[in-house]
Each structure stands twice: as C-alpha cells, then as structure tokens.
Write a protein that binds this ligand. Structure first.
Ligand SMILES: [Zn+2]
Length: 247
C-alpha cells in the first residue's frame, strides 16, 4: 500500500493550503462581491467536502466497516469537543487580550485552525489508503479551500488590507494542512489497523463541519433551495471528476 512518498503527501497538502490563497484573487478585479456570491461559493465548498467524506468512507469500508464507523463517531466527538473548548474560552478574559473583538478574532482563528487540521489529517490518511484516494481528497479539499480564502479576503480587503496580504493570511489559515498531513500519513502506514479509523475520523469531523459551518453560512445569504442545488451539483461534479481519474 506504500505507493506514495512522504514528500508527495507534504506537497499535496501544501497545494491545498496554497489554493486557499487563490480565493483572494477575485478581489483584484472587483472590490465588492455580493454576499450571495460568497454564500453560493460556500455551498459549492460544502458539496466538495461531502464528496471528500464519501471518498474517505467508501475507502474505509473497503478495509473495515466497523472501524470506519468507530472513526466517524470519534471524529464527531473530537471536533465538537474541541469546538466547545474554544467557545468556553470566549467568555474567559485572556491576559493581554482585551475586548470582545480580540476574543472574537481568537475564536475565529481557533475554529479555522481546527477546521484546517481536520482537513490535513484527511489528506494524510487518504494517502495511507492509496495514491488515487489521496489525489482525489487533495483535489476536493484544494478546490473547497478557494471559497474559504475568498471568505477571509472579503473580511480583510474592504477593511484596507491589500489582496496580497489577504492571500497570505488565507494560506496561513491552511498551514495546519501540510503540517498535519505527514504525521497522519505516517501514523496510518505504521499502524495499518488504524487506517480505516483514521479515514472515518477525518470524514466524521468534515461531515459535521459541512452541516454546522458551511451550509448555515450559505443559508444566511442565499435561498436554501438554491444552496441545496449548488451543494448537490458540486458533490456530483466532484464525483464525476473522480470517475474520470479512475477511467
Ligand atoms: Zn475547509
């Protein structure tokens, strides 16, 4: 099963991080994007994420269904518990940091890092399942990161940041991906029985993110009916790409 060098895993996860920076580029052309465009971009990101979950779960079941299911539940528990921990700190006054704004920023950065960490683990364990799965998950997460970079840039650029700066921060927000992909990859290679658990874990955490973060955000600024259409189409499109890769 070791058909992927460690360096490839690192660069794949680096590509997903850099893709986040591409989200800043539309702001070179237009300074103001309607919130609806961002909402629909988030919906597309949700569909890509669901396609990644699907790929991880199918592969996990090919190894061991029960372990994959255990992983899904563990991933859910992990992401919810970690998120709660972050929210609890919101109400505690942190030394040197004052004001609700600073806390809000810390919370957002914390959630983004957690989110990105789950995706990095996803890339790493996917390569543990084989090169094809790894490439598919990398493509899905990289594409999904573009609207996330756009979201970050849409907050920064209208407040005076340059597009380059916004792109830099977008990439920075995704740096947990290359940093965590390699250890996750090595872990499931060495401890093979844990591979389906890891695949399920990444899928469980990302599944929660789709319904707790991306879709509610999309529904705020776009019609749920339209959001549903975009999510389903982007899911189908990504699986179509997978079919082409396998052909
Ligand atoms: Zn993401």
């Amino acid at each position: 099963m070791i058909d992927t060098p460690v360096l490839v895993v690192f660069f794949a996860a680096l590509v997903t991080a850099i893709a986040t920076g591409l989200g800043a580029l539309p702001l070179l052309a237009v300074k103001h994007l309607s919130p609806r465009v961002l909402a629909l971009a988030n919906a597309a990101a949700a569909g890509l994420m669901l396609a990644a979950c699907y790929g991880l779960i199918v592969e996990g079941f090919a190894f061991d269904g029960r372990r994959t299911l255990a992983g899904i539940v563990a991933g859910l528990v992990f992401i919810v518990a970690a998120g709660r921990l972050l929210h609890r700190h919101e109400n505690v006054s942190v030394a040197e940091v004052t004001g609700a704004d600073a806390k809000r920023i810390l919370l957002i950065v914390g959630i983004m890092t957690l989110h990105s960490a789950a995706e990095g683990v996803g890339v790493g364990v996917a390569y543990g399942g084989g090169r094809t799965l790894g490439d598919f998950i990398t493509a899905a997460i990289a594409l999904h990161n573009v609207p996330e970079g756009l979201a970050i840039s849409l907050v920064m650029v209208p407040r005076g940041a340059t597009v380059v700066r916004a792109a830099g921060w977008s990439i920075f927000s995704s740096l947990p991906q290359p940093l965590l992909a390699v250890p996750a990859f090595l872990f499931v290679l060495v401890f093979q029985p844990w591979l389906p658990v890891g695949l399920g874990l990444a899928a469980g955490a990302m599944f929660w993110m789709v319904f707790a973060e991306l879709i509610p955000e999309a529904n705020e600024e776009a019609q749920p009916e339209t959001v549903g259409i975009v999510v389903t189409l982007s899911f189908a499109l990504m699986l179509g790409v997978q079919t082409l890769l396998e052909a």
